[in-house]
Design a protein around this ligand. Structure first.
Ligand code: SAM
Length: 273
């Protein structure tokens, strides 16, 4: 067994934290006020162990050096908050189910974007909702976190992740698997074939997604950004929405920028006008 205590004794000091925080906000929009110093320290212990570096001073020097390029990606992965779940903020899926897909034309292909998809549960929940109506659809699901995207692409979830998912949905769209005597559920190709997962930074100047989308889920991502970045990202994201298309943001998020071509349809649901 490796003795990890030498790594866990390290303390992240303010100048090193600020260097990380400035880099993260500038490149990815995620705000890290000084109150997050302990959170960042705790999340990065894993990286000290992985790189066999015993101080944060040395780690920060390494991560921002040319040799630390790969490590930088791993550091960003640890700093992002990837909490998500199947059918999170259920009212949005009910809206699609009862009010949108319900009267949808059968010949149209609905184009959907799950922006900040984390480990994929949101994209798969969208696919399940679309399947229920037997409509044609394609989903692009993007995130900054490479580690989360790997989980999303695999589509293999522990039993716990499906606690609130009805049994008939599980049996139709998932395959039960036993791994190390534990139960897992594997998303079937029936859903996977409709979804493309890939890396996309919402802070970047151009997005590799279609410009004629019908639905965008941008939920629980904006909260990590400053007001200014939120406005920029929102304006940029909705350029990819067709007129009449729907934008869903998280329940705890607000649209501050008033001059966007959006009409509020319901709690955190907007239509592009
Ligand atoms: C809390 S999760 C939300 C997941 C899902 N949308 C939901 O509501 O359950 C936020 C996700 O946004 C991603 N994220 C944060 N900043 C981002 C950026 N600049 N570009 C793309 N994704 C970002 C994180 O990696 C994380 O997976």
């Amino acid at each position: 067994m490796v003795d990890k205590t030498k790594y866990y004794k390290a303390k992240l000091k303010e100048p090193d934290f600020l260097r990380i925080a400035r880099f993260i906000e500038k490149n990815y929009g995620i705000r890290l006020p000084l109150t997050k110093i302990i959170m960042v320290q705790n999340r990065l212990y894993k990286r000290l162990v992985a790189t066999d570096i015993t101080s944060f001073e040395e780690y920060v020097k390494f991560v921002f050096s040319p040799a630390g390029k790969l490590e930088l990606e791993a550091m960003v992965d640890e700093i992002t908050t990837n909490k998500t779940e199947f059918f999170r903020e259920k009212a949005h899926f009910e809206y699609l189910d009862k009010k949108f897909f319900h009267s949808a034309p059968r010949d149209k292909v609905f184009k959907i974007w799950s922006a900040g998809c984390s480990t994929g549960e949101e994209a798969y929940s969208l696919a399940i909702t679309a399947e229920k109506h037997r409509i044609k659809y394609s989903i692009v699901a993007t995130d900054l976190s490479v580690k989360s995207l790997e989980v999303a692409k695999k589509g293999l979830y522990p039993q716990m992740a499906l606690t609130h998912v009805p049994g008939e949905i599980i049996s139709k769209f998932f395959e039960k698997k036993y791994i190390d005597e534990k139960i897992f559920y594997q998303v079937k190709n029936l859903l996977k074939n409709h979804i493309k997962f890939y890396k996309l930074n919402l802070k970047s100047s151009s997005f590799n997604v279609p410009f004629d989308l019908d639905i965008i889920f941008l939920r629980n991502v904006l909260i990590y950004f400053s007001m200014e970045t939120q406005s920029q990202v929102l304006a940029h994201v909705i350029e990819h929405l067709s007129p009449g298309g729907l934008l869903f943001i998280g329940f705890s998020e607000t649209i501050y920028k008033r001059d966007l071509p959006l009409k509020r349809l319901g709690p955190s649901i907007y239509k592009k006008i």
